[in-house]
Design a protein around this ligand. Structure first.
Ligand code: HEC
Length: 270
């Protein structure tokens, strides 16, 4: 299954790019497979896409952590873990303090299970490669950086992805909302009028315009094209809307232009 997915991901039938059925890296160079190296693209292609997206994909991804290629970087780097918000999923430069490494190793003190949940677990050599990328500062893949530059030239500044995704239900505690853009955001424009969170369901419906809730909006360390919206008090069950004002802009002063909103529901079993 894993080998099949890996082959599909590269379009090279039979190469088994990445890890074999036991989670061991396939010998580099065998049939043109991309070897696992300590850069993000290689980790995406060899680990996240073939193994983790079995579960970590789409609006219902566990803990809101989507690990498909379009979302993984924005959801990982500098973003607090949902299970233990004091620990970042990936803390650039600090693998031992990165929750993803603890979860992959099954370190004592993690919440929930070792990843991939139910196994087979990754060999230490593979975890070491991910740790090496984090030690190096968790850089974006070179391709994405140059793509980012050309995208800036031809495309408007826009939202690339959000967690939770629009219209989805978060069934686990939600310490923060992640919004990723297609370019680096001008963080000086972030404030409590440009980024708002409001509760919109029945509990608040007496008011036509629900009041914004107190939040802190920050740019995650090492992840300048994303923002974290952290409610000052934990979100209780209900439906919420995030609104980003059209005046938010990238570092080239290109603005969103129009307001961007998305809604989601928190429904955690008590
Ligand atoms: C079989 C499904 C499944 C697979 C495969 C899987 N996960 Fe998970 N993952 C979960 C579930 C469910 C949770 C939440 C419960 C838990 O932690 O046990 C979770 C939680 C996590 C968390 C904690 C997120 C947070 O914000 O607290 C991380 C990090 C994580 N997974 C990483 C990975 C990585 C990396 C892989 C691939 C190597 C992976 N997972 C593969 C199901 C899976």
């Amino acid at each position: 299954m894993v080998a099949l997915l890996a082959a599909a991901a590269t379009g090279c039938a039979g190469n088994g790019n990445g890890l074999d059925a036991n989670g061991n890296p396939v010998t580099p160079g065998a049939g043109g497979a991309t070897p696992l190296t300590a850069d993000f693209q290689s980790i995406q292609d060899n680990v996240f896409t073939p193994i983790c997206t079995k579960c970590h994909i789409g609006g219902g991804a566990p803990e809101g952590l989507q690990l498909d290629a379009a979302n993984s970087y924005a959801m990982l780097v500098g973003v607090p873990s949902a299970e233990q918000p004091a620990v970042m999923r990936v803390a650039p430069g600090a693998p031992a303090n990165s929750y993803i490494i603890r979860k992959l190793q099954g370190t004592a003190g993690i919440s929930g299970g070792q990843m991939p949940l139910g196994g087979p677990y990754l060999p230490q050599s593979t975890i070491d490669v991910i740790a090496q990328w984090i030690t190096a500062g968790a850089p974006k893949p070179a391709a994405a950086m140059s793509l980012g530059a050309s995208v800036k030239a031809v495309q408007h500044f826009n939202v690339a992805t959000t967690s939770p995704a629009n219209g989805t239900i978060a069934s686990m505690a939600l310490p923060q909302i992640v919004v990723a853009f297609n370019g680096d955001i001008d963080s000086t424009l972030l404030n409590n009028t440009t980024v708002t969170l409001a509760r919109t369901d029945a509990a608040q419906s007496m008011q036509a315009m629900p009041p914004p809730m107190p939040v802190t909006t920050t740019v995650p360390a090492g992840n300048p094209s994303a923002i974290l919206i952290t409610p000052r008090t934990p979100l209780t069950n209900g439906t919420y809307r995030v609104t980003l004002q059209g005046s938010l802009a990238n570092m080239n002063a290109q603005a969103l232009g129009t307001d961007y909103s998305f809604t989601f529901t928190v429904d955690v079993l008590k």
